[in-house]
Design a protein around this ligand. Structure first.
Ligand code: GDP
Length: 434
């Protein structure tokens, strides 16, 4: 999928553009209850083309003094990972040395770079903006953060220039599984344990891992493709614990996958980075399995496992019907079980309920527990279908869909889960006018 990175000095206005791109979409995504809002990356679309936006500014570290260490690193990552780069400057401050330095880095990439001059709020600023021609560009775009004008022209070009992919997936039709998680949680240890080859050196240093993207797994009657986010094509000397880094890697492999195995460190517990990866997987409607790793290191009492599981379910909120397994990648304890569960989730995500069966089960449920009447108006659900989408989405036709509120949608989702399964699979429920 296409990734658009917004790059620029601190405070030029990157997040304003970022938020604008996400706005329309967020309104929809927000209805998925229980997910923390992402601040630094999200999905957008223009002219019907989907893409992911990354605001590198979410990781601004403060002043420009640290350009060498941090900004340069972030720019480099953006260059590595993005399909297109929006380079933002600010007409109020004019062209700065840092701008020139960043632009030098960007120019060396073979990615399309769009120079965007921000804060051009009136024709007054059009002339000063011409200063940026010094960068040697043929064209730049002007944006007004105040009015939002200029975004359309920019996006027309960005989306238009997306590479057309005649890429043929060599693993077409096979389950794709990503092992995701914080640095050092045990991703490469698990990958190795599954593949049963010490193809890479696993060390105590955060993020040491092998140099491969996808590996075909075929054992014990299971065949799937492992997509390794641990540190694909990792360049030396990039700060591994930078959340930005792992997020960029994760986005791509998660989007490419069917099921995300989210590894959590038993010795550290559930942290915000875990939540972020979880949110990514959920928003992309991927199957999810949570593996609590390094269980061998935990001193166990009667309820340790139960308490740990309850703590995670509490944190992930609404969508908590997710398999949680306690494993040790190091001692290979329960790793085969983990594979089996991941494959079950994969199958469940593909599952299509026959329309006749769906109606036979769900209509009586609605009959018995109808949506609460609003202003004396009764809501009658007449018919339902599952859409032919890669992950389960259901449409319920009724007379007054606008009156069906969030709690009833959750009730409907829970009923679907109760009757048809879908453990570990995000479900989408829509109410529509017949
Ligand atoms: P990655 O960064 O997520 O790929 O993590 P690694 O696989 O490199 O693991 C980081 C460290 O944790 C290494 O020293 C592993 O030996 C250790 N480790 C991984 N899994 C386990 C486990 O289940 N139990 C214990 N005790 N250590 C583990």
């Amino acid at each position: 999928s296409n990734i658009v990175a917004i790059v620029g000095r601190p405070n030029v206005g990157k997040s304003t553009l970022f938020n604008r791109l996400l706005e329309r979409r967020e309104a929809i995504v927000d209805s998925t209850a229980g997910v923390t809002r992402d601040r630094h990356y999200g999905k957008s679309d223009w002219n019907g083309v989907d893409f992911t936006v990354i605001d590198t500014g979410g990781y601004d570290v403060g002043t420009e003094d640290i350009f060498e260490q941090e900004i340069r690193k972030q720019v480099q990552l953006a260059v590595d990972e993005a399909t297109s780069i929006i380079f933002m400057v600010n007409v109020e401050e004019g062209l700065t040395d840092t701008d020139q330095e960043i632009f030098e880095l960007l120019r060396k990439s073979n990615k399309p770079v769009y120079l965007v001059v921000n804060k051009v709020d009136s024709s007054k600023e059009e002339l000063p903006a011409t200063e940026f021609y010094q960068l040697g560009v043929e064209k730049y775009y002007t944006l007004s953060s105040a009015t939002g004008s200029g975004t359309g022209e920019l996006l027309d070009d960005v989306v238009n220039d997306f590479p057309t992919t005649d890429y043929k997936d060599p693993f077409e039709g096979l389950p794709k599984i990503t092992i995701a998680g914080r640095p050092n949680v045990g991703k490469s240890t698990l990958t190795n344990a599954l593949l049963d080859v010490e193809r890479n050196i696993v060390t105590d240093i955060a993020g040491t891992t092998r140099d491969s993207i996808q590996t075909l797994y075929n054992k014990f009657g299971h065949e799937f493709v492992l997509v390794d986010t641990a540190g694909m094509r990792r360049k030396a000397k990039v700060s591994e614990d930078l959340e930005f880094y792992s997020v960029m890697r994760s986005i791509r492999s998660i989007e490419y996958s069917d099921v995300v195995i989210l590894m959590v460190d038993a010795t550290l517990g559930w942290e915000s980075q875990d939540m972020n990866i979880f949110g990514l997987a959920q928003k992309n409607r991927k199957g999810i399995v949570i593996l609590v790793n390094k269980w061998d290191l935990v001193e166990k009492e009667t309820n340790t496992m139960r308490d740990f599981e309850a703590a995670i379910k509490h944190k992930i909120g609404q969508f908590s019907d997710i398999p949680i397994l306690f494993i040790s990648a190091l001692t290979k304890q329960r790793i085969l079980k983990a594979v089996e569960v991941a494959m079950e989730v994969y199958e469940d995500r593909k599952k299509k309920i026959k329309t006749s069966k769906l109606n036979e089960v769900m209509l009586p449920v609605f009959e018995a527990t109808p949506p609460p009447a609003i202003k004396g108006k009764y809501i009658k659900i007449k018919y339902c279908v599952q859409l032919p989408t890669p992950s389960p989405q259901f449409v319920f036709f009724c007379n007054l869909p606008q009156y069906v509120k969030e709690p009833y949608k959750r009730f409907t989702e829970n009923q679907l889960r109760k009757h048809f399964g879908f453990t570990g699979v995000p479900i989408e429920v829509y109410f529509r006018q017949k």
